[in-house]
Design a protein around this ligand. Structure first.
Ligand code: ADP
Ligand code: MG
Length: 571
């Protein structure tokens, strides 16, 4: 179990560093898990519901059917018992001699027929099985029954009701007989036959629907009444006898027509009959099947909706997760980058500071050397040495300007903040470079947004920033190149962008864009400090800087400045 749970753990991934595979895996796991935990209960509910409903429905169908079978069986038993009582009563009320008289027997039979109905004939049989007298449609007088099984049964049990048999007139009869004992161990038997009309009527009164069947069958499986689907009287009941039960009962089986059927039945107590009602299940469970279909559709619809929602939800969840991971990664990278820049900056400032003093010494000594050379009128190669000392002094000057700028970057100086019109600062800065632009035939395009709000910032530092950007753009373009300077209001911030159609930058250059001392320019043309210093200034002023470039096509550097300066960003 715990192993299984471990396998299911959502966040147990191969560690391969935030690849899309992880998100796909996570997504798949969440989907499988969510679908499982929602579909399994839904499925169980549907199963339980359908099972419960089937059970209830069965009870609702079976119970009234059993009541009907029980009642009908009772009526039939009552009918048979009543007829047997009549025969028994006649046997008790009259002596053998009275009954042996044909006239008497005629009269008695007439009364029986009139008062009770259903009787077909009546006969008196002596102890040897010989028919003594007879009233009825057949000529049975003088017949001997001693060899017949029913005669033996009535001799041993005193009363007897036969199975249904076809008489000479080819319609179903039931025979019943009672035996009377007289003194001297002698006995005689009174036997009557009844027709099965009343039983047929009782079956009809059950009002079974057209596809169902109700009938009597005997214990040998011979049909005792006509059926709709299983043959006529005395045919064999093809479905087979239901097992004995003293109470009305039911079974489910397949009948000879191949239908699933419900067989409700009741065994008679004193006669060899079983009342059987056969109902096809198809009819009974039609409503159940409809409901089952509905449950199925609801279930499928539910599952579809669940899957859809799970897919959508998981998709957007994973998407957000991935996005926030990426954003975190980017922020982390930027922080790392700015940390790197600031420590390099501090290091550079330290070095610059240390170098400043020896530089001053070199400068001083070189100046002294120059003075000495100038004063000494006999000095050989005076001109040559003067040029050399000048070169030293120039180089020292250049070094000092670099160290000065480095120190400027690192110094925690408070910016001199005032309210500025950015358009004005940009125009002023352009003034410094106009001459060169004209000289090189550059196309300077100025697009200044109207109605820019004033912002609080440092004029001198911003001028330095724009100058750096412009001088880089100047260096990047050929003569007759185009440089556009735009300002615009971007909501919380103002943007100033410098775009050129110059040489552009490779991926590698772009990556090292802000690095100090990184320059692609020829020796003596670039210090590699321009963007480094620009970056520092913009950070201090609470803004940010963005560079886009395509090698061979051009570069756009955009500076975003906050409209309102925030206190902590002045560090
Ligand atoms: P420098 O200008 O002294 O080389 P910067 O820090 O100003 O140093 O620029 C660093 C490098 O970035 C440059 O050497 C150049 O390769 C690249 N660069 C800067 N601006 C542009 C631009 N507008 N177009 C093409 N490359 C540029
Ligand atoms: Mg530069």
């Amino acid at each position: 179990m715990s192993g299984w749970l471990k396998n299911l753990s959502l966040f147990d991934f191969p560690d391969d560093g935030g690849s899309p595979e992880i998100y796909r895996l996570l997504r798949r796991r969440i989907i499988v898990l969510m679908v499982l935990i929602t579909v399994i209960p839904l499925f169980s509910m549907a199963m339980i519901n359908s099972h419960q409903y089937r059970k209830t429905l069965r009870q609702e169908i079976v119970n009234p059917l059993l009541v009907l079978v029980s009642k009908s069986k009772h009526s039939m038993e009552l009918f048979l018992a009543e007829r047997l009582s009549v025969v028994s009563f006649v046997g008790s009320e009259h002596t053998f001699e009275e009954l042996a008289d044909q006239g008497n027997l005629n009269r008695i039979f007439h009364v029986m027929k009139q008062e009770f109905g259903g009787f077909v004939d009546l006969g008196l049989i002596d102890e040897n099985g010989m028919q003594v007298s007879y009233v009825g449609p057949y000529d049975l007088e003088g017949r001997n029954y001693s060899e017949q099984p029913w005669f033996h049964e009535v001799c041993s049990r005193g009363a007897y009701i036969s199975d249904v048999f076809m008489g000479f007139r080819r319609f179903p009869h039931i025979a019943m007989a009672v035996q009377r004992k007289i003194e001297g161990g002698k006995s005689w038997t009174l036997r009557a036959t009844i027709d099965t009309h009343t039983i047929d009527e009782l079956i009809a009164s059950m009002r079974l629907d057209a596809k169902s069947d109700g009938f009597l069958v005997n214990k040998d499986g011979a049909l005792q009444t006509a059926t709709r689907n299983y043959g006529g009287v005395l045919d064999h009941f093809p479905v087979g006898l239901p097992s004995f039960s003293s109470e009305p009962n039911y079974t489910e089986t397949t009948d000879s027509l191949g239908r699933e059927v419900l067989v409700a039945y009741a065994y008679f107590q004193n006669s060899p009959f079983i009342l059987v009602v056969v109902k096809p299940m198809g009819e009974l469970f039609r409503s159940w099947r409809t409901l089952k279909g509905e449950i199925f559709y609801v279930f499928i619809a539910g599952v579809l909706i669940i899957v859809l929602v799970v897919f959508k939800l998981t998709g957007s969840l994973i998407h957000r997760l991935q996005e926030s991971d990426e954003r975190r990664e980017a922020v982390f990278r930027e922080v790392e980058h700015s940390h790197k820049l600031s420590s390099i900056g501090r290091l550079a400032a330290g070095v610059a500071h240390e170098i400043n003093n020896p530089m001053a010494v070199i400068n001083e000594k070189a100046g002294l050397m120059k003075d000495l050379i100038e004063l000494d009128s006999d000095f050989k190669d005076k001109k040559k040495f003067l040029a050399l000392t000048d070169a030293i002094i120039n180089s020292v000057e250049r070094c000092r300007s670099i160290t000065h700028r480095l120190l400027g970057f690192a110094r925690r100086m408070e910016p001199h903040i005032e309210n500025l019109d950015i358009n004005e600062v940009v125009s002023e800065t352009l003034g410094f470079v106009e001459k060169e632009a004209r000289y090189r035939n550059l196309d300077l395009r100025l697009q200044l947004a109207d109605n820019l709000p004033e912002i609080a910032s440092d004029r001198g530092q911003l001028q330095q920033v724009f100058l750096n950007l412009l001088s880089n753009a100047f260096a990047a373009v050929e003569d007759r190149g185009t440089i556009s300077i735009c300002t615009c209001d971007c909501g919380e911030v103002l943007a100033v962008s410098v775009e050129d159609n110059g040489c552009g930058m490779s991926e590698e250059t772009l990556n090292r864009f802000y690095e100090p001392f990184f320059s692609t320019k020829k020796k003596g043309h670039g210090t590699g400090l321009g963007m480094f210093i620009t970056y520092g200034i913009i950070k201090r002023l609470g803004g940010r800087i963005e560079a886009k470039s395509k090698e061979g096509q051009g570069t756009t550097v955009t500076v975003y400045l906050p409209k309102r300066l925030q206190a902590q960003q002045t560090g």
